[in-house]
Design a protein. Structure first.
Length: 126
């Protein structure tokens, strides 16, 4: 009687296949991580810009109502918005048309040096 040899198929991956798979996985994880970080950073920047814009909008509302300027003036101050303090700076000057004042409002986080939001416009001086 003749004994036949049974060939057992090789199971598993070679070392090169495992290394390539780990390389692809690490590149994918790194790319996803960078995407999440950049999205979070962009979201934070947008929130800050939105809050600064709201501070400027509040200043515009006050300029048009309670704090209507009687002459060209520069003023500044602090305002709380979104749980933070914001520094605003206002420059109101005479425009080329004597019926209007030109205003510029700059807003920044109290802890930052650069202004986040700047808006310019006109109001009547009547």
């Amino acid at each position: 009687m003749k004994l036949s040899t049974i060939k057992i198929p090789d199971k598993g991956f070679s070392l090169i296949e495992v290394v390539v798979a780990l390389l692809i996985l690490s590149i994918s994880v790194f790319s996803i991580y960078n995407l999440i970080i950049s999205t979070a950073s962009s979201s934070y920047d947008l929130e800050q810009k939105y809050l600064a814009k709201e501070v400027a909008n509040n200043r515009i509302a006050l300029i048009n109502t309670i704090e209507k300027p009687l002459r060209p003036i520069e003023r500044n101050g602090l305002m709380k918005m979104g749980g933070k303090e914001w520094y605003w700076k206002e420059n109101i000057k005479q425009s080329t048309d004597n019926d209007f004042y030109e205003y510029e409002i700059l807003v920044r986080d109290i802890n930052e040096e650069n202004y986040i939001y700047v808006i310019k416009g006109f109001i009547d001086n009547a």
